[in-house]
Design a binder for this molecule. Structure first.
Ligand code: RIB
Ligand code: CA
Length: 323
């Protein structure tokens, strides 16, 4: 069976990098292209980091284009304190072999969608500025993209970057509102499920003990990130798998064990700016204007199955590579 074709849209940071490592190890999907976006780090650095990780996986032929440098309607804010100023846990990785692709990530997304209508599946693990901008530029886009899976928001309204705002949504609420309501098949993988899907000491030790290049890289870039999250977990080294889980669900939707098809809107005002608001009214209320478009909101996932799968793919040689 032909591997499914993915376009990744990421603010390559630490967990975005682990998501790339995971997808590169799945023979049933092909990373066709990566677009970077502002968020954890600035967009050019996020693209450079994407190329670093792609090259580590032997994917030198996969383009990594630089995307939007700032949100639509608020100032740029980055998160070097979480992901390291270099976006890779301050590990000072060697530069990638390739330079920028020269194409803007939004142009890349629109071009690919028109070249192969109905084929590409988008996995977005950063702020949604590129996707939102692409929707503003191209009215056809929702009909050309096979599916969209995003790491972002939370079904219960809990935030991380802000009291009610999860970082990817909070960084660009205007873009997120467009993305949730564009009418394409979209799945939201929020903090509710990513915060309980995590690497803990046994898994971290298994990865650290492995000799594969991807396990070594993951172990290195996770150290700073674990130190930051230790503050939230009473000093324990725990890595919530935000972006890797979204990647996993995009590749294997059966990981979602409970979901809600609901209208999702994003607060853009005041204290709740960046909050994802899930309309949980039952379907019989269609008559009340509950028309959609709908988002599939992941409420529960098979965390253990995903964690085991991720550890396995990080600790075994990548498909087609003997090392
Ligand atoms: O809230 C978690 C999200 O924000 C992840 O995508 C992480 O990489 C940061 O972008
Ligand atoms: Ca991210």
């Amino acid at each position: 069976m032909e591997p499914r074709s993915l376009i990744l849209d990421m603010d390559v940071g630490v967990d975005d990098s682990v998501a790339i490592l995971y997808l590169a190890a799945r023979p049933d999907v092909r990373i066709a292209a990566v677009g970077s976006v502002h968020g954890n780090v600035e967009a050019p650095l996020a693209a450079e980091n994407a190329r670093r990780v792609l090259e580590l996986c032997g994917l030198d032929d996969v383009p990594a284009a630089t995307g939007c440098w700032r949100p639509m309607a608020q100032e740029l804010a980055t998160a070097g304190w979480v992901h390291g100023e270099d976006g890779l846990g301050n590990t000072n990785q060697p530069p990638p072999r390739r330079g920028p692709s020269g194409e803007h990530a939004v142009a890349q997304l629109i071009r690919l969608a028109h070249e192969r209508p109905g084929i590409y599946e988008v996995v977005a693990t950063g702020p949604l500025t590129n996707l939102g901008t692409a929707l503003v530029m191209d009215r056809e886009l929702p009909r050309l993209i096979r599916s969209v899976t995003i790491m972002g928001g939370s079904a219960d309204g809990v935030g991380n970057a802000a009291p009610f705002g999860e970082a990817n949504i909070w960084h660009d609420p205007e873009a997120a509102e467009l993305v949730f309501n564009a009418g394409w098949p979209i799945t939201m993988v929020g903090l509710d499920v990513t915060m309980v899907t995590r690497l803990e000491e046994p898994e971290l030790a298994a990865i650290a003990a492995a000799a594969t290049p991807q396990a070594r890289f993951a172990t290195a870039i996770l150290q700073h990130y674990l130190g930051v999250y230790a503050k939230s977990f009473g000093g324990r080294r725990i890595c919530p798998l935000h972006d890797p889980l979204a990647a996993g669900i995009a590749a294997d939707p059966t990981l979602v064990t409970s979901a809600l098809d609901a209208e999702v809107h994003v607060s853009r005002d005041g204290e709740t700016r960046g909050m994802t608001m899930i309309d949980r009214r039952p379907k019989y209320m269609e008559a009340e204007g509950r028309r959609g478009p709908f988002t599939r909101v992941a409420l529960q996932v098979d965390s253990q199955r995903f964690v085991d799968d991720l550890v396995g793919r990080l600790t075994r040689p990548l498909p087609g590579r003997p090392d």
